[in-house]
Design a protein around this ligand. Structure first.
Ligand code: ADP
Length: 353
């Protein structure tokens, strides 16, 4: 007959990585402590034995007839007493090492594992977000196709409509895959930095987005862009295109987007400014997070997956630069990259992720 045992007896306790690492550190510490204490015990008891022996020899030499069995008993008592005392001291010392070492090992294990755990959590969050975003257009396409297939007399116009809608979903999937690929590409590369003219980069970015700007009736002004920065030209162009594309997307018709650069010592601040929808203060701290989109009516009708700014932040990071945003809802936004001016000492690049 199968008896129902309590759960804690039937399930094996899960040993967490922190506990495993703590045990490893502690085992190492205890092994070291024992390696030191065993020879210490041996050498101390040996020295004590030798001391007593020479004392005895001296005493025997000086007074040969007064030594009786009593002396040997006293000697034996002294030696075993000393051995015991030393052993107790060393055991206490090792217990202390075990206790303090246990706490220290746990602290070190937590410190070692917490960045790894954070990276793993971010990785699985990213995979979950990416899968969710990929599934949404696929589900839409699947249900449309299923409904159409159930209709035995699907008119040609209906079929065309279905294909058109599916094509839109495929375009979304293509854009998402492109964004994910760009994110992955900027994961581990090391960027070769060279002097890059900001006005050249701005002009290229504007020409790439001229059609989008025209469609939105947005004009772009780059009159105040000057300066040469240390950058990778392709990556800096990609970053500028992301910021400019957003500025156009979130601008109202007939408004102006401005690019300008200002030098502060060794740093050149390169800014993209718009007078569009702006970003709420509650959204601002999150806009550089992957897949984050502010929940505004504009975001709902504007295509995007919330990947652009996270790619922009990664590119800035690979330049040893930072990027920040200031914005006011309804008034517009400024996105500024703080780049190192060419000819100045390059800053150490961040450690590879
Ligand atoms: P998306 O593809 O959604 O534009 P981004 O990562 O580029 O993704 O931007 C994240 C969110 O930040 C956007 O969804 C939008 O809500 C907000 N945002 C970015 N740039 C601007 C801007 N210039 N003006 C207003 N909101 C912006």
């Amino acid at each position: 007959m199968k008896r129902n045992l309590p759960q804690f007896l039937t399930t094996r306790p899960r040993i967490t990585p922190t506990v495993k690492l703590t045990i490893s550190y502690l085992a190492l510490l205890m092994a070291l402590s024992l390696i030191l204490t065993i020879p210490l015990y041996r050498s101390s008891t040996g020295a004590a034995d030798r001391g007593l022996r020479s004392e005895r020899l001296y005493f025997e030499g000086a007074n040969p007839y007064s030594i009786g069995p009593n002396y040997q008993q006293i000697e034996l008592g002294q030696v075993t007493g000393f051995h015991k005392h030393l052993l107790n001291e060393l055991i206490t010392l090792n217990l202390l090492v075990l206790l303090i070492g246990g706490g220290l090992s746990f602290y070190l294990a937590r410190r070692t594992l917490s960045p790894i755990e954070a990276a793993l959590a971010a990785q699985s969050r990213f995979a979950a977000d990416a899968s969710h975003e990929l599934r949404t257009p696929l589900t839409a396409m699947k249900s449309e196709i299923e409904v159409s297939l159930r209709d035995p007399h699907l008119p040609i116009a209906g079929a065309r409509e279905l294909l058109k809608s599916n094509l839109e979903e495929v375009a979304k999937l293509e854009a998402l895959a492109g964004g994910l690929l760009r994110l992955a590409r900027h994961g581990n590369e090391r960027l070769p930095l060279s002097p890059v003219d900001l006005s050249e980069i701005s002009a290229k970015a504007i020409s790439r987005l001229s059609v989008a700007a025209e469609q939105q009736h947005v004009s772009i002004n780059m009159a105040d862009v000057s300066g040469t920065v240390l950058a990778d030209p392709d990556a800096l162009l990609e970053l500028t295109v992301i910021l400019l594309d957003n500025a156009i997307k979130y601008s109202s018709a007939a408004s102006e987007v401005k690019l300008y650069a200002k030098r502060h010592g060794a740093i050149i601040d390169f800014t993209v400014k718009d007078t569009g929808t702006g970003i709420a203060a509650s959204d601002l701290p999150h806009i550089f997070d992957r897949f984050y989109r502010a929940d505004t009516s504009r975001s709902k009708v504007t295509p995007g997956y919330g990947l652009g700014l996270s790619i922009a932040a990664r590119i800035a990071e690979l330049h040893g630069a930072s990027i920040d945003a200031t914005s006011k809802l309804g008034a517009g936004s400024h996105f500024t990259i703080h780049l190192r001016a060419a000819g100045t000492q390059p800053k150490a690049l961040p450690a590879k992720v």
